[in-house]
Design a protein around this ligand. Structure first.
Ligand code: CU
Length: 332
C-alpha cells in the first residue's frame, strides 16, 4: 500500500468516526495541503490506542437534537451537498434520507431558501436567496468573497417538515489573509448609516436586543420591510460558527411595530463567548448589513481570541486538530 492510499484510508476512517467534523477536515485540506502528513504519527498511535472517549464524540443523535443550528452538514435525514457550478456561481442540493434531492420547500420569511455565508474568521457575511432548479439544485451568484474556508448555511423548511439549518465548509483557493475579530462595540456604521446595539445576550435565556438606525445624526423612521420584517439578525459564535437566526419582535403592518429607528429582537445564545451579529435592514431601496461583535454572558468565559489561526497555512497544528473532531478528544 503506498503512503497516499494509506493516508487517504485513514482520513476516510476519521470522517466516518467523526461525521460532524468531516466538512472541516476534508475541505480544509486544499488550504493546508500538508495537513495529511501530520496524520501519519497520529494514525500509527490510533491502532494501539483504546480510544475510549471516541464514541461519545461521534454522531450522538440525542446530542445533535440539542445543538445550535448550522453545525451539522447532515441532520434529520437531510444533507447539504455543494455541487459543481460555473465560475462565479455557487450551487448546492439538499438531499433527503433516500439520497434524492429535495424539491419541496415551505416559504419562510418570504423565501424557500436562505443561504448565509461567512468566512471562518467571521468576515465576509452575505445573506442571499438562490433559485431552485427542477432537479433540486439551488443556484446563486457566488456570495463567497475571497480566499479562505467559508461556512455556508442553508436555512430552510422542507415541505411538511420542521425548520432546519445545515452548514458545510467551502474552500476558496488563494492566499488567505485572516482578519481578527473586531472588538466588541455598541455602535457601527454601514453605507452611511449608524446602527447602535443595546442589550447583552445571556446564555440559556431570552434577552432583548435592540438595534437603532440613524443617518446623518437623524433617526431613520421609514425602514422598509425586508423578508417580512424591519430587520433580520443572524448571530454566529466565534470558534465553531454555531448559527442563530434571531427573530424580530413584531411585523410590518401589525399596527404596533414602528418602521424604525429601533428594531427589537429576542435572542437566546447557547453559551457564553464571542458572537458576531449581522443585522440586515432595508432602506432607500437597498439592503444593508450592520455587523457587531458581542460578548455573551461572563466576558471572562470567552474563549481566547485567536481568529484565523485554524486556517493559516503557517499554523498547521490547530488545523490538524480540527480534522480530528472535538477539542479535548485526546487523539494524540
Ligand atoms: Cu434570507
Amino acid at each position: 500500500m503506498n503512503t497516499a492510499t494509506k493516508l487517504s484510508g485513514f482520513a476516510l476512517g476519521l470522517a466516518a468516526m467523526f461525521g460532524t467534523a468531516y466538512g472541516v477536515g476534508h475541505l480544509a485540506d486544499p488550504v493546508t495541503p500538508a495537513a495529511d502528513t501530520r496524520h501519519e504519527p497520529a494514525g500509527a498511535d490510533h491502532g494501539s490506542d483504546p480510544h475510549g472517549g471516541s464514541d461519545s464524540h461521534g454522531g450522538d443523535p440525542a446530542g445533535a437534537a440539542h445543538l445550535p443550528g448550522g453545525l451539522l452538514v447532515s441532520d434529520r435525514g437531510y444533507t447539504m451537498q455543494p455541487v459543481d457550478a460555473p465560475t462565479g456561481q455557487f450551487a448546492f442540493r439538499i438531499t433527503g434520507s433516500d439520497g434524492a434531492p429535495v424539491t419541496g420547500y415551505e416559504v419562510a420569511h418570504d423565501k424557500r431558501m436562505h443561504l448565509i455565508v461567512a468566512r471562518r474568521d467571521l468576515s465576509g457575511f452575505r445573506h442571499v436567496h438562490p433559485e431552485l432548479g427542477a432537479d433540486g439544485t439551488w443556484r446563486v451568484d457566488s456570495p463567497l468573497g475571497g480566499p479562505g474556508v467559508w461556512r455556508a448555511f442553508a436555512d430552510f423548511t422542507p415541505s411538511g417538515g420542521e425548520p432546519l439549518t445545515l452548514g458545510v465548509d467551502v474552500t476558496v483557493p488563494g492566499q488567505l489573509q485572516p482578519r481578527p475579530l473586531p472588538a466588541p462595540a455598541a455602535s457601527t456604521t454601514v453605507d452611511g448609516y449608524t446602527v447602535t446595539l443595546t442589550g447583552t445576550p445571556q446564555p440559556g435565556r431570552t434577552s432583548p436586543l435592540t438595534l437603532t438606525v440613524s443617518r446623518d445624526g437623524k433617526p431613520v423612521t421609514d425602514l422598509e420591510p425586508y423578508l417580512g420584517a424591519y430587520g433580520h439578525l443572524v448571530a454566529l459564535r466565534q470558534g465553531d460558527l454555531a448559527y442563530l437566526h434571531v427573530h424580530p419582535e413584531g411585523v410590518p403592518g401589525d399596527g404596533r411595530t414602528p418602521a424604525g429607528p429601533a428594531v427589537s429582537f429576542a435572542a437566546e445564545v447557547p453559551s457564553a463567548g464571542s458572537y458576531r451579529l449581522y443585522l440586515d435592514f432595508r432602506h432607500g431601496g437597498a439592503v444593508h448589513t450592520a455587523e457587531f461583535t458581542v460578548l455573551a454572558g461572563d466576558a471572562s468565559a470567552a474563549p481566547a481570541s485567536t481568529p484565523g489561526t485554524r486556517t493559516t497555512p503557517t499554523a498547521p497544528t490547530p488545523t490538524a486538530d480540527a480534522g480530528h473532531g472535538a477539542p479535548g478528544h485526546g487523539h494524540n
